[in-house]
Design a protein around this ligand. Structure first.
Ligand code: GDP
Ligand code: MG
Length: 251
């Protein structure tokens, strides 16, 4: 079995990608791809999940039963996911599916900054060949600092989760015909040229951050996609296959 964990900040398009990529895989290849929901706070989903975490842990239930506010309930849900991770992974690995596309909590902090993500990824990696996709969310109105923090987050997640991260830049349909993935690539490679025209203390600090990013250099290609309009999925699939081939056998 293969698995793809879909990561990204709130609103980056994780749920849209999970729904449409899995639909696309099923339509184009003889692959049984199943969307999985690991977001205990999801209200409605644009796909029919093969497994839904809300059947056992739901933010809405926790708010009602334990009288918690929304953030308290999200944190509580994250801790419960760790407690139940053996059961969750057991249910996922026994699904009748070739490839799981795994949607994660809207608030990525749960995965990035708490034990939840690592606990699940470690256990999932024992039962399947697991990769992750990090969805960057970019439109031309954003600053370089936004791309930098996003690039850092992708790297931190790779270190923290112990799973290879494939960087993808979503919402390309909003770029007005330009391709911004090369800017993110340059940031991930730590190229100083992205700082052109910036001076002062912040420019120095940004330079140090770029150096730090380039120090955990890995071969980087950022794939531009539009999850909403099914664009760029072929390249994502090629990139996943390449990583799967290089990290194990093909069974
Ligand atoms: P999540 O919080 O990461 O799960 O994000 P969602 O999948 O719920 O998407 C958040 C918002 O971004 C929704 O309004 C989506 O319709 C929108 N969205 C997602 N992908 C795209 C895309 O490729 N292009 C555009 N224009 N909007 C998108
Ligand atoms: Mg979502």
């Amino acid at each position: 079995m293969k698995g793809v964990i879909v990561l990204g900040t709130a609103g980056s398009g994780k749920t849209t990608f999970t729904a449409n990529f899995s639909r696309w895989l099923n339509g184009n290849f003889l692959i049984k791809s199943c969307p999985v929901n690991l977001d205990p706070g999801a209200s409605s989903l644009p796909y029919e999940p093969s497994y839904d975490i809300r059947d056992i842990i739901s933010v809405e239930d926790l708010m009602r039963r334990e009288n918690l506010g929304p953030n308290g309930a999200i944190v509580r849900a994250a801790d419960l996911i760790v407690d139940r991770s053996e059961d969750i992974v057991e249910s996922l690995t026994s699904l009748d599916c070739d490839t799981l596309i795994i949607d994660t909590p809207g608030q990525m902090e749960i995965f990035a900054f708490r034990p939840t993500g690592r606990a699940l990824c470690e256990r999932l990696s024992r039962g399947m060949r697991l990769l992750s996709i990090y969805l960057g969310d970019y439109d031309p109105k954003r600053d370089l600092e936004d791309l930098l923090s996003s690039a850092f987050l992708a790297k931190i997640l790779e270190l923290k989760l112990g799973v290879k991260v494939i960087p993808v830049l979503n919402k390309s349909d909003l770029w007005g015909g330009r391709d911004f993935s090369d800017v993110w690539e340059a940031v991930l490679r730590g190229e100083m040229s992205v700082l052109e025209g910036r001076n002062g203390v912040y420019a120095d600090a940004l330079q140090d951050l770029l150096k730090a990013i380039s120090s955990f250099r890995s071969p980087i290609r950022v794939i531009p996609i539009s999850a909403k309009y099914f664009q760029g999925f072929g390249e994502v699939f090629d990139s996943l296959n390449e990583a799967w081939c290089s990290c194990g056998d093909m069974t």
